[in-house]
Design a protein around this ligand. Structure first.
Ligand SMILES: *Cc1c(COP(=O)(O)O)cnc(C)c1O
Length: 369
């Protein structure tokens, strides 16, 4: 058996190598490395796929979050509510802009932000809510939008882990990233739609906001050398856009491959007392950016045991935001603290094979026997 990997980018590339290589060569031949035509084509294609009015490319997912917040015209000290259990980028950009991250606890079933905690955290200074669609499962957007609507607060979706997912609660339906005021996503290589370096995008249905987001990512200029806003330099490279244009065609197929692998894990790991397989809320599908177990006892020992057997696993995330040195916050976060000690993500990618999953699951069973 070949080496088991958390993510098999090489295998994924090999299947579409000639298409990708041609797309890359076209960009090199044209030398339009910045703002080449492939960028607009990709933005339009992704907007079409998502059913959104606008997609605006930028340099990475962290920039997308920063640009989204900059476009809301917030003042220093304004509060932004975000979950305790996420990748650091979400909290980082809030703090970087002189805003106050208001960190709230999560739901133990989905590991996504808990709407009840959001409701409690709202103050007259709350100016935005940033839910994160963690591991590939949409946060409870219907409930969050209802709470936000009561206070006229915009919702920015951190969709870096859930691109291609769909939310549907019977009233509200749509692709993740298109439900709130602005959606942010990342094309980091290991994400569900990954490029060959860094990349990101903003998603919105609001024409005016789209104009502002575009300008902010372009030094605050709508017309070159006329800088109306304070902006940043954040572009999606033409090469990355060309690669993404090829890979976007396969995104649904990739999601199905991940869902199939998750189903296989779920079945094989169903009857181990110490292991809880991922739960999917009834208002969303799951595109399994990560396949993450909750281990009630011996998580770290299990991780070591698997490593000895050549099975990689990862802890997303070992330290909740409120315990990070740079962002230390007082308060009660029992769920995210428990999750940081319990979660373990198994290899999950589009090339995962049945025999690899059988090997991984029998090793987990052996450990608990
Ligand atoms: C990957 C990720 C980001 C940041 O994306 P980059 O492209 O690496 O900047 C932000 N939020 C979440 C939840 C992520 O997983």
């Amino acid at each position: 058996m070949k080496v088991i990997q958390m993510v098999d980018l090489q295998g994924q590339y090999q299947r579409i190598k000639s298409e990708v290589d041609t797309a890359i060569q076209e960009v090199i031949d044209s030398s339009a490395f910045i703002k080449g035509p492939q960028v607009k084509v990709f933005q339009d294609n992704l907007a079409g796929y998502l059913g959104a009015r606008h997609v605006i490319g930028c340099a990475n997912g962290t920039d997308a979050l920063q640009i989204a917040l900059m476009a809301l015209g917030l003042q220093p000290g304004d509060e932004v509510i975000t979950p305790d259990f996420t990748f650091i980028a979400t909290v980082e950009v809030i703090a970087l802009l002189g805003l106050k991250p208001v960190i709230v606890d999560i739901d133990p079933l989905t590991c996504n932000i808990d709407p009840e905690q959001v409701r409690k955290a709202i103050t007259p200074k709350t100016r935005a809510i940033i839910p994160v669609h963690l591991y590939g499962q949409c946060a409870p957007m219907g409930e969050l939008l209802r709470i936000a609507g009561e206070h006229s607060i915009p919702v920015i979706e951190d969709n870096a882990q859930a691109l291609g997912g769909t939310y549907d609660d019977g009233m509200l339906r749509g692709r993740t990233g298109t439900l709130g005021t602005i959606g942010c996503t990342s094309f980091f290589p290991s994400k569900n739609l990954g490029c060959f370096g860094d990349g990101g995008a903003l998603i919105t249905n609001d024409d005016k906001l789209a104009e502002t987001l575009t300008a902010i990512g372009n030094h605050g200029a709508k017309v070159k050398y006329y800088n109306d806003l304070i902006g940043v330099n954040s572009r999606l490279d033409t090469l990355q856009a060309a690669i993404l244009n090829v890979k976007l065609k396969y995104l649904d197929e990739y999601a199905l491959a991940r869902q199939k692998a998750a189903k296989c894990y779920n079945e094989k790991l169903a009857n181990i007392g110490e292991v809880t397989t991922p739960k999917v809320a009834d208002y969303t599908d799951h595109v399994y950016h990560q396949y993450t177990l909750q281990i009630s006892e011996g998580r770290d020992e299990l991780k070591k045991y698997l490593a000895e057997k050549g099975i990689p696993s990862m802890i997303y995330y070992p330290v909740p935001m409120h315990e990070q040195k740079a962002y230390r916050t007082d308060g009660d976060f029992p769920v995210s603290e428990a999750m940081a000690k319990a979660v373990l993500s198994l290899p999950m990618h589009t090339e995962l094979r049945l025999e690899e999953q059988e090997y991984i699951c029998s090793a987990i069973k052996e450990f608990f026997n």
